[in-house]
Design a protein around this ligand. Structure first.
Ligand SMILES: [Zn+2]
Length: 263
């Protein structure tokens, strides 16, 4: 079983419906925080069915290190420094090469304030093609997508999540048109895909509704969930556009949406 809680269906420009990127994923009953964008921690603890506090989070996975996907890492480590944080097993933090350097720079700024007291942090840099085994038999495998490098990493990742029964959720991260994303998405159960700009404002490293439609036509997932929706594109009913042009069911995500794969 895979359950996706959308905590943040927007990008860097938050709206009332859509905060920056953040998702709570449950795979065969085990949870992980995917992309801790700004505000992710607050939205996580308010989410029905989410953990009863950020201090016991088991795992955080990142697509890349831009702030709209990674900014709540520092507040999470700061929370774990509190003497009031509960002891828990090690926290896995997995992301692209450069993650360790990014955390080092944060520690240069904040020192011991980012040193957890009651638990270990397992930092794992993963390169495209590498997989992370999840508790309960699930699996997360990353792949390279097409998005501009940041100061710490030249690699931006998408993720394919699989449960023990073989159901697949594919997350694009931030990307422009990508052959590897198209390959990963082929026949998946749920394609969580960014849709950042209107077609007439398309920019490198992101997707517009027409580009998502081309991807979906080839990949034929069971369900498309549009995310990373900036205000200009959200107003254009991009889900209706993609669904009409591809014939595949499509939803424009809002914060608080939950999608379940259990059939
Ligand atoms: Zn982004």
């Amino acid at each position: 079983m895979i359950r996706l809680h959308v905590l943040g269906a927007g990008g860097a420009l938050p709206t009332a419906d859509r905060g920056p990127a953040a998702y709570w994923l449950e795979i065969d009953g085990h949870g992980l925080l995917l992309d801790p964008g700004p505000g992710a921690l607050v939205r996580l603890v308010r989410e029905p069915g989410a953990p009863d506090g950020v201090d016991t989070l088991p795992a955080v996975l990142l697509s890349h290190l831009h702030l709209d996907h990674a900014a709540d890492l520092a507040p999470l480590l700061f929370a774990l420094h509190s003497v009031l944080a509960r002891p828990a097993p090690p926290l896995l933090v997995a992301g692209p090469p450069g993650l360790a350097a990014y955390l080092d720079r944060l520690r240069e700024l904040y020192g011991d304030w980012l040193a957890p007291r009651g638990r270990e942090i397992e930092i794992r840099e993963v390169s495209p093609g590498e997989a992370v085994r999840l508790a309960g038999g699930g699996r997360a495998e990353c792949f390279a997508v097409d998005h501009p490098e940041d100061r710490f990493s030249r690699v931006c990742l998408g993720w394919t999540f699989s449960d023990a029964a073989g159901r697949r959720l594919v997350y694009s991260g931030d990307t422009g048109p990508s052959d590897e994303l198209a390959r990963q998405a082929r026949g998946c159960n749920l394609l969580l895909v960014e849709c950042t700009t209107p077609d007439d404002l398309a920019v490198a490293g992101h997707l517009s509704p027409a580009q998502v439609t081309a991807l979906v036509r080839g990949a034929q997932p069971d369900l498309v969930v549009l995310t990373h929706l900036y205000p200009l594109v959200a107003r254009l009913a991009p889900d209706a556009v993609v669904q009409a042009a591809s014939g595949v069911r499509c939803v424009a995500a809002r914060d608080g949406d939950v999608f379940m794969l259990d059939g």
